[in-house]
Design a protein around this ligand. Structure first.
Ligand code: ASP
Length: 426
């Protein structure tokens, strides 16, 4: 009751504005100010550096805690054995395909070519490419504490997955530890939210610097990034998912595409696959005839660990940034991007903008400059709309395939022969 006197309401145009709009404003203002100031705009860069340092601060604890929690929350997977395994294999397999499509499109469209940007802080990015065998061997941390301290993301991911599995296997005895990780992960999500409040200012500073230094030519490549991401998302859903539905599921791809319209529209506007979950479950049951049992297990799992759109976007952005900074990536780097994005998708929360933070993880792993992050941050909402829709379409596709393979898919409902309410879905 007293709260109003203690915390005076802070309403105003700026504070009421949604974060993504603020970031967009920051970006536009940054470009304008940079274009006017020219190279002098470099004086604004520290604001951006502050934001980038704050993001760097998040990466290690965020990835570690959220991955451990991501794995331990899959407890049900063990109980549901076969179904869990099928879903996880499909989720991770399709994610790897998604990122490959992203990498392929960015290679063809080369959105970052000719930008000739130079990384300011991360001068040591051009590292020697390790061989594939070395990369695989190096994934296992000999000393996990060293891996955490050095920020070796791949090793941290492997250790977090191992610890998560071990804690799950311990059962009751590990419950306190799991609770600690859950609560730390919550704390890290909150800290991420707080750091993201700096994004509009950070993006402003970095865009002013970039536009001042490189001129307005920076805008065309960003349009190309959006085009690459959207084309990739369309291919992934219309060609790849539909293809799986018809070849593996022997079902009509047209019915699948028709059924996903509603949840995809919700995902497109909310940019949160977790927030879209009710609409996804409804569509799976009522439009596609997936049983209650399968949909209520496979879809929440998917909203947590399946991020095909996010992975595809990471492929496009990582290559864009490499091209913009003139960094040649080796085959091992490509594989590293595919592996990191696929594994990182397990720990990506289905909330707006989460993929941007995860992009910083991929960039760090491959040794690409984090300044690139600020450039794509300005258009993140536009990219988030497409990638979240794909994330949700992927969840639906897997629920249909798993339902079909378990004989828990009502094909009359799927084919629109019988409306859902008339059927009692077990
Ligand atoms: N917004 C996405 C989702 O909820 C995650 C991301 O930012 O990529 O699925």
């Amino acid at each position: 009751m007293q709260e109003t006197t203690l915390t005076p309401s802070r309403s105003g145009f700026w504070s009421d504005l949604a974060l993504w709009k603020k970031i967009l404003v920051g970006m536009i203002l940054g470009v304008l100010v940079g274009a006017v100031m020219g190279p002098d705009a470099e004086m604004l860069k520290p604001i951006g550096t502050l934001f980038i340092n704050a993001i760097k601060m998040l990466i290690v604890p965020l990835v570690f805690c959220s991955l451990v929690v991501g794995v331990t929350s899959m407890q049900d997977t063990r109980k549901m054995g076969r179904i869990g395994l099928k879903s996880v294999v499909l989720y991770l397999g399709t994610t790897a395909v998604a990122i490959t499509i992203g990498l392929g499109l960015a290679t063809i469209l080369t959105p970052g070519a000719g930008l000739n940007m130079s990384p300011a802080e991360t001068a040591a990015v051009a590292k020697e490419a390790p061989t594939l065998v070395q990369t695989l061997l190096n994934m296992i941390p000999k000393n996990p504490i060293n891996a955490l301290a050095a920020g070796n993301i791949l090793q941290i991911i492997v250790f977090a997955l191992g610890l998560g599995i071990a804690l799950t296997l311990c059962g009751e005895k590990a419950e306190p530890a799991i609770k600690v990780f859950e609560s730390l992960a919550e704390g890290m999500y909150k800290l991420t939210e707080l750091v993201m409040k700096l994004a509009p200012y950070g993006v402003f500073g970095l865009m002013a610097w970039v536009a001042g230094k490189y001129g307005l030519e920076i805008l065309l490549p960003l349009a190309k990034v959006i085009a690459a991401a959207y084309i990739g998302c369309l291919i992934h859903v219309v060609v790849f998912y539909s293809g799986l539905i018809s070849t593996v599921g022997r079902l009509s791809p047209v019915r699948y595409l028709k059924g996903l319209v509603n949840p995809a529209a919700v995902a497109f506007t909310t940019t949160s696959s977790s927030g879209t979950l009710p609409a996804t479950i409804k569509a799976a049951r009522e439009e596609m005839g997936v049983s209650k049992g399968i949909s209520s297990f496979v879809l929440p799992l998917g909203a947590t660990i399946n991020m095909d759109g996010t992975a595809l976007y990471q492929g496009v952005c990582a290559l864009f940034i490499a091209q913009a900074f003139g960094i040649d990536l080796s085959m091992a780097d490509y594989l590293l991007i595919i592996m990191t994005s696929t594994l990182a998708s397990i720990g990506t929360a289905g909330v707006p903008g989460a993929g941007l933070i995860m992009l910083s993880l991929v960039l760090t792993t491959v040794g690409l400059p984090l300044e690139g992050l600020a450039i794509v941050a300005g258009i993140d909402r536009i990219l988030d709309m497409a990638r979240t829709s794909v994330n949700v379409c992927g969840d639906l596709m897997v629920s249909v395939l798993v339902g079909k393979s378990e004989n828990e898919l009502d094909e009359d409902i799927y084919n629109g022969i019988e409306p859902a309410p008339a059927k009692e879905l077990a």
